[in-house]
Design a protein around this ligand. Sequence first.
Ligand code: PRX
Length: 636
Amino acid sequence: MSNYHIKHLEEYFHVYRKSVNEPENFWEEIAEENFVWRKRWDKVFEGDFENAKFEWFKGAKLNITENCIDRHLRTRGDKTAIIFEPNSTEEKAQHITYQQLYEKVNKFSNVLKGQGIQKGDRVCIYLPMIPELAVATLACARIGAIHSVVFAGFSSNALATRINDSDCKIVLTSDGSYRGKKTIDLKGIVDEALETCPGVESVLVAKRINTDIPMKEGRDKWLQPLLDKASAECEPEVMDAEDPLFILYTSGSTGMPKGMLHTQAGYMVFTAYTFKNVFQYRENDVYWCTADIGWITGHSYIVYGPLANGATTVMFEGVPNYPDWGRFWEIIEKHKVNQFYTAPTAIRALAKEDSSFVEKYDLSSLKVLGSVGEPINEEAWHWYNDSIGKKKSPIADTWWQTETGGIMISPIPYSTPTKPTYASLPMPGIVPCLMDKEGNEIIENQVNGRLAFKTAWPSIARTIWGNHKRYKETYFSTYKGKYFTGDGALRDEVGYYRITGRVDDVIIVSGHNLGSAPIEDAINEHQAVAESAIVGFPHDIKGNALYGYVILKDAALERDHDILRKEINQKITDRIGPIAKLDKIQFTSGLPKTRSGKIMRRILRKVACNEADQLGDTSTLLNPEVVQEIIDNVLL
Ligand code: PRX
């Protein structure tokens, strides 16, 4: 029996037991039977949580693009690898076969080499959801360069921070992007960012919206002429199992975004394995994940996981409501999508619209539905299950993180019985536990706790780029000998997990991780602001929205509040991006603080959530009088 594809519940339990009792044998078999290696590993795993050091398939040599592309050519050369569905319904979809993908990636690899990019160099990719984005990431992987994809909705400032943190030598971008009715001047954002990025030597620009844009002499080059001249053969670089594959930034509760580093072999094995099982992918299926490749979901489950399985993966450039709210369903009908993977925010927004948008389309191709990025509430779960899945497509509520590289907790469709709002059971090889506030493991069921993991898995991030100390402190110091997720969870009577949300100062808005600190820094940059604090509050569509408490400087007290609110949100848009804008801004004379000067966010959160009657203990406050003022002026 192969452990690679789980087809029923007993098999899951059998495989799971094996994966926990003999993890090295388990992963070794999977790695051996399902991938191509240039050299076999000497040891399957070495490492520990103490030093936060993990090596999987130690000593092995490989190239991930050989696994994602080359090895499929013989049997799947003419099979579609990527279906590109453009923003506009007027523009035709593109079907890129494995053979064509091979040629595109090789050409792009040669172009990068021509720009002097070598193994280990960092390449910043700031592209919209067009085929060049997938091709660029794979081209980096082919030549051993480390890609750092920055979501093309981030501002110039956020882009510059990320480029500088990982010392990228080159930026790959486009003349602009389409987003529904709008176009966005991506190249302009890059130009602005690069004013503070001295390390960037060149910028390659893909043409997408065909606007006339300034090109900086000696630095900027159009991509297409270089591709046209490049050879379609590029030998893959032979990589060590633990060589870096990519850096991807995620927000922490404090400080700079964290550049999570993922490496080659473990990441490949785990994302491919979880893709196969969570989506129950079969050879001729068409799979669609609506995420952007700028997030981990896109890395693992648009690009690497699907392609390592020789799958057909859809890349959608647009938005769910353009030209109207039927767009997702139209795409499912058009491409006969079998597996559909999206976020609760999108589900909630779609559920609010008229049911005729759904009913107009034939969704009978669907076999599996996925959800990711934030807790899915009961109402949204049922709508997804009933209206989209017609009660016959199981929902895989997949819990994981940028740091985990791949899906950690999820039902295996057609094997694990689903339960609304529950991510259910761990993937093989994953050993979750719940911890109490005192740091003890909770053994019993039907309790709430904090979600941690007891053992390392192949795609665990290896470090925070340039800051291993922060990596150790953030994930491995809260509970000794365990990886701490930052999430709370409930375990039910049979051991199913339900994720209840973050227990730190990270706020998940529309499925995007936002740290409170960088947003507060952006607000504080406004010349009228003395101090600020932001918290999350529940929002019908976005899951959470942001609520800001702002103390104005004396000189600004008389200024018009609505204008100030606009200006503050503009600051946030400039520093981070529109995704981090505040829904509500309350001006206040003070913030509740402990005697040591720490803001008591718990109180601010309760007030913003309209739960001021449950403030709990406020006796340790330095300035209790400010609490009443905040309650009296709350914006509900
Ligand atoms: O709080 C959890 C939430 O998203 C966080 C990870 O965010 P990010 O690194 O951006 O990765 C998102 C995509 C993998 C987690 O700590 N989260 C993710 N999936 C779920 C979830 N919360 C509840 N249910 C989920 N299925």
